[in-house]
Design a binder for this molecule. Structure first.
Ligand code: ZN
Length: 466
């Protein structure tokens, strides 16, 4: 009897306990999920293209680049040197022929082009020098969305200890044979697919002389009104085999306050607390989300600064023209293996040789790049004219935006002002206006678009509208 009487109480306690556990899971489970926002569901076509990225191809390409002896921008580019396969001219012709070969394999899907100009004498350019960027365009299939471009780049020039030594050996396996190989490999695997938006696979020269190639290219893009949504610059992604290396991560650098911001924009950034929401930083966050979507082997480690101390890179040329651009660089650089004459001194080996490069790692970085390019090129355009209404003092938040080409719906993202990454996503379906109970004073909002297959656009942070 006693037992029977007690049973309902025991059951009741059990139920209560279960309810508490369930509530705990719901609250903290949801919070945990919110911490791991990703860029939609994996697209099987993209996933299969990533499988196609090959460490062997990358090794062959880096060894080929090293075989040109030097790729210093000031090195030979006369017909005889090109025929002999020595100097930057021969490297340029080979890169062009590789892009053309990939294009042949996809029925001429790539437009292979050069951007060539003569640079006037400057600090690291003793005489007028021809500089040539080589690139391949995979044009988008959708007339409206093809105007949006995503771009991957690496610099194919190299240097040794002396930035003016046009004849000495400068293998440049890691700096930046690795980045050049990433651009080439992305072109090879992604040219087998079709995307609504346009992808450009770029390799530039003149980086070591003063970012000359990328500066010229970015200026040309700006002058011609190209709508480049994201630039992925890969420079030193060889995963140098030093004992402190971490081959599971690649650093992704992004500027905070944009170098191209006007005085009025700087004032607005200060007022709104927008220091960590440049378009470049949104691209960096997107790389993280893509990495989670496709469970990439190499994970991005976001570094919230433009570049490393004392160093610069081609992404900056694009930032200067107002474009979103980030830099990928291995976790731990070995400075004995960069910008050094090949030699052994006191038992230390100097020089940027292929034997220090981890080709599997470069392949991992190439997959992360290819996944990001393919996701962005598949996604609808980011919502335009995103606004948060600030007409009156109220605690909820109303956001509005313009419909974007290719969108099936929209998501509102937000995060605490002190949080580095987007934490929450709320489906807004196919509306272009939503009111949320969160106070705009306490969080940072953004809106992104998605298509029927679940591809996500870059997020757009609202401007206030009074
Ligand atoms: Zn470099």
């Amino acid at each position: 009897m006693k037992v029977n009487l007690n049973r309902p109480i025991v059951l009741c306690w059990r139920r209560l306990l279960l309810a508490i556990v369930a509530a705990f899971c719901l609250v903290f489970g949801a919070a945990a999920r919110a911490q791991e926002l990703n860029a939609g569901v994996p697209d099987p076509k993209i996933a299969s293209a990533l499988q196609d990225v090959s460490a062997d191809h990358i090794r062959a390409n880096i060894e080929k680049l090293v075989g040109f002896r030097t790729r210093l921008t000031l090195s030979a580019q006369d017909p005889a040197s090109i025929a002999e396969g020595k100097g930057i001219g021969a490297a340029r012709e080979w890169i062009k022929s590789e892009f053309e070969r990939y294009s042949k394999d996809c029925g001429g899907c790539l437009e292979v082009k050069t951007d060539s100009f003569t640079e006037a004498p400057a600090d690291r350019i003793p005489q007028p020098t021809q500089i040539t960027n080589v690139y391949a365009v995979l044009k988008g299939t959708d007339p409206e969305r093809a105007k949006q471009i995503v771009l991957v780049t690496g610099h194919y020039d190299s240097r040794n200890s002396d930035t003016l030594d046009a004849a000495g050996v400068a293998p440049g396996a890691n700096d930046d044979g690795s980045g050049t190989a990433v651009s080439l490999e992305c072109a090879r695997v992604l040219s087998k697919l079709k995307f609504p938006a346009t992808i450009i696979f770029l390799t530039v020269a003149g980086e070591e002389q003063g970012l000359n190639g990328s500066k010229h290219f970015a200026q040309m893009a700006k002058q011609e009104g190209w709508n480049i949504a994201a630039v992925l610059n890969n420079d030193i992604v060889g995963g140098d085999k030093n004992p402190q290396q971490d081959a599971s991560v690649v650093r992704v650098f992004s500027e905070g306050v944009p170098v191209a911001a006007t005085e009025a924009q700087l004032k607005q950034i200060r007022g709104l607390g927008g220091e960590s929401d440049s378009i470049s930083r949104e691209v960096a966050r997107y790389v993280s989300e893509v990495s989670r979507t496709y469970s990439t082997d190499v994970k991005p480690l976001l570094i919230f600064r433009l570049d490393r101390y004392l160093r610069g890179g081609d992404h900056y040329s694009f930032n200067q023209q107002g474009y979103a651009a980030v830099r990928f660089t291995e976790y731990r650089e070995d400075f004995n293996h960069q910008h050094q004459n090949v030699r052994t001194e006191n038992g230390i080996e100097y020089g940027d040789l292929p034997k220090f490069v981890n080709f599997d790692y470069v392949a991992g970085v190439a997959r992360l790049n290819a996944a990001t390019l393919a996701s962005l090129a598949s996604a609808p355009l980011a919502p335009q004219n995103v606004r948060v209404l600030t007409k009156e003092l109220i605690n909820d938040s109303t956001l509005t935006w313009q419909a974007s080409a290719g969108a099936a719906g929209y998501e509102v993202l937000w995060r605490a002002t002190s949080s580095p990454n987007w934490e929450h996503a709320q489906d807004a379906r196919d509306t272009t206006r939503i009111t949320l109970p969160q106070s705009k004073d306490n969080v940072i909002f953004a809106v992104r678009a998605y298509d029927k297959e679940g591809h996500r656009s870059l997020p757009a942070v609202p401007l206030p509208e009074r």
